[in-house]
Structure formats: C-alpha cells, structure tokens
Design a protein around this ligand. Structure first.
Ligand SMILES: [Zn+2]
Length: 376
C-alpha cells in the first residue's frame, strides 16, 4: 500500500495507454471505467457486486450528496467510503455540471453558482471553495475542479467566456484543495470544439499543476464524430505522465474510440441506467429484453458471459421479470451491463499490453455489427 497518489504508464500501443493509478485505498487499472454511484449507491447493486464486475473505482456526485444527505452528515458518519460500504477509491465530480443541468433558478457569477435544490427548493451556493470543502468532507480520493461548461453547440464567444471562467475557478480550486497527501485534484480542460481554446485551456491548467487532467465539456450533445474530432488532439495537449479522464462517456464504442485516442478513465450512468430500462449491451450489440421474441427463449443473454444474469438465467426469465416490474430485473441486467463494460476495459488493457489493440478493435466492431443471435 502506498501513502501517495501516483500514476504509472506501463504500455502504449498507438495512442492507447495501459497503466495503473496507485492510491492509499487501492490501485486503479487503466484504462478504467468508473460506474456511477450518484446518491451513494450504484443503483440496484450491492458494493461487493460492483467490485465483482471488476470495478476498481466508483464515481460519486457532489451535487446530489450535498443536498441529500449532505456532506456534513456523511462526514459525521465517517465519510462516503464507510457510509456506502465501498473501501476502494472514489472520484467525486465538482457539482458544476449537475447544478447547470438539474438545479432550479441558477445564477452564475464570478463567485460561483447560486441555485435552488430540485428536491425541496432550498437555496444553496456552489463555489470552487465550497466544492473543495464538500469533496473533502465526503473523503473523495480523486477530487474534480469546480468548472462550468455550455451545452453544445455554442458560439465561440460563449465557449471562450466559459473556458476562461473555468480556468480562474481551477486556480481557486487548487488553492482551496491545499496539501492533502494521498488525494488527487484533477484539472478540467474546456474549450468546446475549438482547438485553439482547448490548447489555451491545457496550458492554463499545466501552469497551475494537477495530479490528473480531464477532458471536459464533451458528451453534451455534440455527437460521436465531433467528440472524436476533439479527442484526436485534446489528450495530446495534456501531460503524458498524468492520467487523462474523459467525463460522462459513454457507449461501448465511445469508450473504445476514446481509449484509442489516449484516454485513461471514463464514467457513465449508461450501463446501470440501461439495466433498469431493459436495454442490454452485449458483444453482439444491444438487446432489448422487453421484446416479445425473448418470451420463450431458454438461452442466456450471452452464452460466453460469466456474469450471474448470463450464468443462471434464461432470456425468457429476464423478459418475464422485466415485464412484471420485478426488482431482480434491474439487478440482473445492471450486473450484466457493468460486467460487460469491465470486460471491454480488461480486453483493452490486455491488448494494449500485448501490442494487439488494432486487431482487438477490429474484432470488437465486427462482433457488435453482427447483431443479436437469431430468434429462438
Ligand atoms: Zn452477462
């Protein structure tokens, strides 16, 4: 066990990177997918089950936790790890993105964002300093700078103003974070789809200095082609020897494309949210378990998958419990989806190490293009 936060780059294949982040709470193998535990739980999953899918780290949402049960209460109860029974690393977002997407009556100023809770209408203020305080009270291992980003498309003026504000907030975040050995603060690159602003943002962040760097402001409505367009250059602007995190991404092919472009960490609600709506990700593309074609099908979702949903249950059963609104439906499908996402990450780590990432990608895309097995 280490008492410091560190990142070791172990292998590269093209732009793709394999490595390990070391923290006092354990190692994070990269490329890493982080399941989202919004309200101190990955919905429908026990923490030990999340771990069994292969997750090394979870993401927690500052915005949700500050409103309910509040960061101060979690701190009094021993911190987020103890509170939710997850003793491995946790990354928390800054609350900035969700304030802008969920809160009511927002007022954005140089100081921060004043808003009303979407839960009970109570008034709050998030600033870089308050966001750092909340993430410290939660006990987060990887803390994100407080930032602001516009939905895309947005004009250059709006993107520039937002990026400049985020860079001033990044400096305030660094100062407020202070000296906390074993914990990391990540800066967030902004600049929308504008290459010159991405470069300016990267330079501003490097001048401040962070333990890791995120590519922010993507997956906000621009589409995969535009996102990959930015990822063709944005990660190269960030330091080689620090982890690079793409926030809020994504679908399996987004994840693979991002890793191919030099991204080390990602998070997304997609596998867990989809698990609750009957959408299943498999090696052969997306399966919708509510379709009538599964009603009499005795076969597993994926005969090669080793997750509990595939090992012990038929498509017919999964179809039945989904249609009957039984809780086990969300539990099993979420487990399968998280297992599949982690399997992709392990496949990529092995392929990068072995120098076969190009061939791995071809096989990945061929498998998914095949589509689901023929109806029973
Ligand atoms: Zn499975």
């Amino acid at each position: 066990m280490t008492s410091q936060f560190s990142f070791e780059l172990q292998a590269t294949d093209g732009k793709a990177r394999k490595g390990v982040i070391k923290t006092p709470r354990g190692e994070i193998r990269t490329p890493a997918f982080m399941p989202v535990g919004t309200a101190a739980t990955v919905k429908a999953m026990m923490p030990e089950s999340v771990r069994a899918t292969g997750a090394d780290i979870l993401l927690g949402n500052t915005y949700h936790l500050m409103l309910r049960p509040t960061a101060e209460r979690i701190d009094r109860l021993g911190g987020l790890h103890k509170f939710m029974n997850w003793d491995r690393p946790i990354l928390t977002d800054s609350g900035g993105f969700q304030v802008m997407s969920l809160a009511e009556l927002r007022k954005l100023t140089e100081e921060g964002v004043a808003f009303k809770s979407h839960i009970d209408g109570s008034k709050h203020m998030l600033t870089p300093e308050r966001s750092m305080e909340i993430q410290r009270l939660l006990g987060s291992d990887i803390v994100m700078c407080f930032d602001e980003c516009p939905a895309l498309p947005a004009d250059r003026k709006r993107i520039n103003e937002s990026m400049q504000l985020s860079m001033r907030w990044a400096k305030r975040s660094r100062e407020a974070f202070g000296d906390r050995p074993g914990h990391a603060l990540f800066g967030i690159q902004q600049g929308g789809l504008e290459q010159d602003m991405r470069a300016e943002s990267a330079e501003a962040l490097k001048a401040i200095g962070f333990e890791g760097y995120a590519v922010g402001g993507l997956a906000v409505g621009e589409g995969q082609e535009a996102m990959f367009g930015v990822l063709d250059y944005a990660p190269d602007m960030l330091p080689m020897d620090r982890p690079r995190y793409l926030m809020g991404v994504g679908k399996p092919d987004d994840i693979v494309g991002a890793v191919a472009r030099g991204i080390d960490m990602m998070d997304c609600v997609l596998p867990s949210r989809s698990g609750r709506t009957g959408q299943v990700f498999t090696r052969h593309g997306v399966v919708n378990i509510k379709n009538a074609r599964h009603a009499d099908d005795p076969r597993p979702l994926d005969e090669h998958c080793t997750c509990p949903a595939c090992s012990n249950y038929s498509r017919a059963y999964l179809h039945h419990v989904f249609r009957a609104n039984e809780m086990i439906s969300g539990m099993l499908l979420t487990w399968h989806n998280l297992h599949y996402f982690q399997e992709i990450m392990q496949g990529m780590r092995d392929a990068i190490e072995g120098g076969t990432f190009e061939a791995w990608q071809v096989a990945f895309h061929e498998g998914r293009a095949q589509g689901d097995i023929e109806p029973f």
